[in-house]
Design a protein around this ligand. Structure first.
Ligand SMILES: NC(=O)c1ccc[n+]([C@@H]2O[C@H](COP(=O)([O-])OP(=O)(O)OC[C@H]3O[C@@H](n4cnc5c(N)ncnc54)[C@H](O)[C@@H]3O)[C@@H](O)[C@H]2O)c1
Length: 352
C-alpha cells in the first residue's frame, strides 16, 4: 500500500492506494458526521460492508446505477437529503462507487453550505485510475455532458483494487480505456502495457497499474489543477471524439467511447503525419486488444457539431489531443469540415 499526494494552491489530497486500503483507512472516517452517496448496484454488493464499517444509521443516498443518474434532479435530491439529515458544515461526503457517483457526490459536497469535506472511495477501475483523482465534479444537463460542475478536491481518496474483483469484464475494459490514455502520455505506463498485453484484464496486473496511473494523474493535477498551463489538457486525449460519440450514440459506456475516440484520433494524427511507424502500430494493437472491434458509425459527421461545443475549445476550432511518440502527445486544432471529413473516412475504412 502506498500514499500519493496531490498538492494544489488550496488543498492537499492524500490518495491511499493498494489492496487493503479500505480496511486500513475507512474506519477512521467514522469519527466524522458522514453522508454516503452510492449507486444501486454498488449498494447491493457492498451495503453490508458499509453498514459494518460506518454503521446502519449513517445517512445514505442511493442513485440508480448508470450515467443517466448524473443529473441536476439527483444533485438537488442529494442536497435535500443532506439538509433533512441535519448535515452540518463539518460533515463529510463519502462518494462510494464509480465515476458517476464520484462526480455527482463531489459536486454536492462542493455546493452544500458552500463546501464540506469530501472523501472518494472509487470502486470501478475507471474511477480508481482517473475520475476520483483531480477534483473535477459535474452533472450532465440537456444532453450536454459535465456541463454543470466545479473543481473540488477530495481530502482523501481510498483506492482499493480489491473492489475490482466484483466488476464485470466490460467495466474493466472501460477502465483500460483511461489506462491506455495515460500510457500514451507516460512512456513507463506504455511500456508496462506493452509488456503485459496478454494479461491486461488480470487483477494482479491491474493492481500494479492502478498505482502508476494515479501517480501520473496526481503529478499532472499538482502542476496544472485547473487546465491553465496546458498540461492537464493532455488528459483529454481520446475525449474530444469520445465524448461527442458518447452523446450522439450513447449505447456504450464512457470508457469504451474514450477508447474508440483514441483510435479515431490516432488515425487523425497519422493523416497529419504526427504519429506513425512502429509506435502507431503498437498503439493501435493495444486499443484493438481491449476493444476487439473498433466500430464504424452511421452519420458520424454529426459528432463534429457536438465537438465544436466542447468546453475544451476556446474558438470555433476543434481541439484534439493526439498521440505523437512514446510519452508525448500533440494538440491539433481542426475546423469543423476537416474534422467531419476525417471522421467519415476513418469510419468508412473500418467498414472495409
Ligand atoms: N471527474 C473526472 O475527472 C472524470 C474522469 C473520467 C470520467 N469521469 C466520469 O466518470 C463516469 C464513468 O465512470 P465509471 O466508468 O466508473 O461508471 P459508473 O460509475 O457508471 O460505473 C459503471 C458500472 O459499474 C458498477 N459498479 C461500480 N463499482 C462496482 C463494483 N466494485 N463491482 C461491480 N459493479 C460496480 C456501477 O454500478 C455501474 O453500473 C462518467 O460519467 C464520466 O464522465 C469523470
Amino acid at each position: 500500500m502506498q500514499d500519493i499526494t496531490v498538492k494544489t494552491a488550496t488543498v492537499q489530497s492524500v490518495i491511499h492506494c493498494g489492496a487493503g486500503a479500505f480496511e486500513s483507512y475507512a474506519h477512521r472516517l467514522k469519527e466524522r458526521q458522514l453522508f454516503i452517496v452510492t449507486d444501486s448496484t454498488v449498494n447491493k454488493l457492498y451495503s453490508h460492508l458499509l453498514n459494518s464499517v460506518f454503521g446502519e444509521s449513517t445517512p445514505k443516498f442511493v442513485i440508480a446505477a448508470g450515467e443517466k443518474s448524473k443529473n441536476t434532479r439527483n444533485l438537488l435530491a442529494i442536497l435535500q437529503k443532506m439538509l433533512e439529515s441535519g448535515m452540518h458544515r463539518n460533515c463529510c461526503v463519502v462518494a462510494f462507487g464509480g465515476g458517476v457517483v464520484g462526480d455527482i457526490a463531489g459536486l454536492a459536497a462542493a455546493l452544500y453550505m458552500r463546501g464540506v469535506h469530501l472523501v472518494q472511495i472509487p470502486t470501478t477501475l475507471l474511477a480508481q485510475v482517473d475520475s476520483s483523482v483531480g477534483g473535477k465534479t459535474a452533472v450532465d444537463m440537456d444532453g450536454v455532458k459535465n456541463v454543470i460542475g466545479t473543481f473540488y478536491q477530495p481530502e482523501e481518496v481510498i483506492a482499493d483494487p480489491r473492489f475490482l474483483s466484483t466488476l464485470p469484464k466490460r467495466e474493466i475494459r472501460c477502465g483500460l480505456g483511461e489506462i491506455i490514455k495515460h500510457g500514451l502520455l507516460n512512456a513507463e505506463i506504455f511500456k508496462k502495457l506493452k509488456e503485459n498485453e496478454k494479461r491486461l484484464t488480470n487483477l494482479e496486473f491491474l493492481e500494479e497499474v492502478v498505482y502508476s496511473n494515479i501517480a501520473h494523474k496526481a503529478k499532472v493535477v499538482t502542476e496544472d489543477e485547473k487546465e491553465t498551463n496546458g498540461l492537464r489538457k493532455t488528459l483529454n486525449l481520446g475525449h474530444t471524439t469520445g465524448h461527442a460519440l458518447e452523446l450522439l450514440y450513447g449505447k456504450l459506456s464512457h470508457g469504451e467511447y474514450v477508447l474508440i475516440g483514441t483510435y479515431y484520433e490516432l488515425q487523425i494524427a497519422r493523416k497529419y503525419g504526427i504519429c506513425g511507424g512502429q509506435y502507431a502500430k503498437d498503439v493501435e494493437k493495444l486499443i484493438c486488444k481491449v476493444l476487439k472491434k473498433v466500430p464504424s458509425f452511421d452519420g458520424i459527421e454529426r459528432a463534429a457539431d457536438l465537438a465544436v461545443h466542447d468546453k475544451k475549445n476556446d474558438s470555433e476550432l476543434i481541439s484534439v489531443i493526439v498521440p505523437k511518440c512514446e510519452g508525448e502527445c500533440a494538440e491539433i486544432k481542426l475546423n469543423k469540415e476537416d474534422y467531419k471529413q476525417y471522421l467519415r473516412q476513418i469510419s468508412d475504412n473500418l467498414r472495409g
